[in-house]
Ligand binder design. Structure first.
Ligand code: ADP
Ligand code: MG
Length: 276
């Protein structure tokens, strides 16, 4: 997380290890007394692709919200790129969030703006120059396979395409960390594979990706690290091997479709053919 590291003050102790995300003994009790997260410790290294799984209500979204300081832990520390974000001043929070892309189940697109403008907006709010916006927006929309839909409005897109716009918006600034909370929650299995393929492609650019989902079937087949939660605790943290680490996005998608019993002709929303 180069930008965060550059901004680090001399007084902050040096970062240990290669973790981009670290939870140290984190507990979250909601006002009213509900214990949503109970003494969770975990570390995610830079460049990893991690699934956070578990049944509805086990605390996945709470954990994601703790990572962007939408929520404060009741106890413990949340450390992003070596910094305890509980100690950041409120003025530093926009900077933190600029370095973390977020994707949600319900897309959260601006209905009155085109695909292009939805993505451009993410750069406008952080004060990007117009030249940068003109370069990065089409480039990112090409990456997500939406080059032909730049001037469409969200309600003219399928659910899968809308999610691609929201992923483009989260990634256009090339954040070192991307969090997705149930990104395929509203999508059919074929479209979900396309979304996972896209997140995998983004991961291959070096961005760390954390995906919360209750879709066990999908996750088990992806063969990536799985952190499983149950009633606020981690009950499994498993590195699942058996795939080539240099698997291209095309190979990845072919394997996923085969394992999920979906034909190769499954529509991919204009998925570009090059692999990275
Ligand atoms: P998941 O994303 O895994 O479905 P959540 O993190 O949304 O789980 O919720 C974990 C638990 O915390 C659930 O029991 C939920 O009802 C509770 N919870 C979530 N948000 C709040 C809140 N704002 N106030 C009180 N309880 C909450
Ligand atoms: Mg949730």
């Amino acid at each position: 997380m180069a930008r965060l590291r550059r901004a680090k003050k001399e007084t902050v102790p040096p970062r240990r290890g290669a973790s981009i995300v670290e939870l140290r003994d984190v507990t979250k009790v909601y006002p009213g007394g509900h214990l949503a997260i109970e003494r969770i410790s975990l570390a995610v290294d830079r460049g990893e692709f991690v699934f956070l799984v578990g049944p509805t209500g086990c605390g996945k979204s709470t954990l994601i919200k703790l990572l962007i300081r939408e929520l404060h832990p009741t106890e413990g520390e949340v450390v992003i790129a070596g910094r305890d974000i509980g100690k950041l001043s409120d003025q530093r929070i926009p900077h933190l969030r600029r370095n973390i892309g977020t994707v949600f189940q319900d897309f959260k697109l601006l209905p009155n703006r085109t695909v292009y403008d939805n993505v451009a907006y993410a750069l406008q709010v952080i004060g990007a120059h117009r030249a940068e916006i003109r370069e990065k927006v089409p480039e990112t929309l090409r990456l997500v396979g939406l080059s032909t839909k730049l001037h469409n409005y969200p309600d003219q897109l399928s659910g899968g395409e809308q999610q691609r716009v929201s992923i483009a918006r989260a990634f256009v600034n090339h954040p070192p960390l991307l969090l997705a909370d149930e990104p395929s929650g509203n999508l059919d299995p074929v479209t979900s594979i396309g979304i996972m393929q896209l997140l995998y492609r983004i991961n291959r650019t070096g961005t760390t990706v954390v995906v919360a989902t209750h879709d066990h079937a999908m996750v088990d087949k992806m063969r990536r690290r799985v952190i499983e939660m149950y009633e606020g605790r981690i009950v499994r943290d498993q590195e699942i091997g058996g795939y080539a680490s240099d698997e291209s996005t095309q190979e990845f998608a072919m394997r996923m479709r085969a394992e999920m019993g979906v034909g190769p002709e499954g529509h991919t929303n204009g998925e570009p053919q090059e692999s990275i």
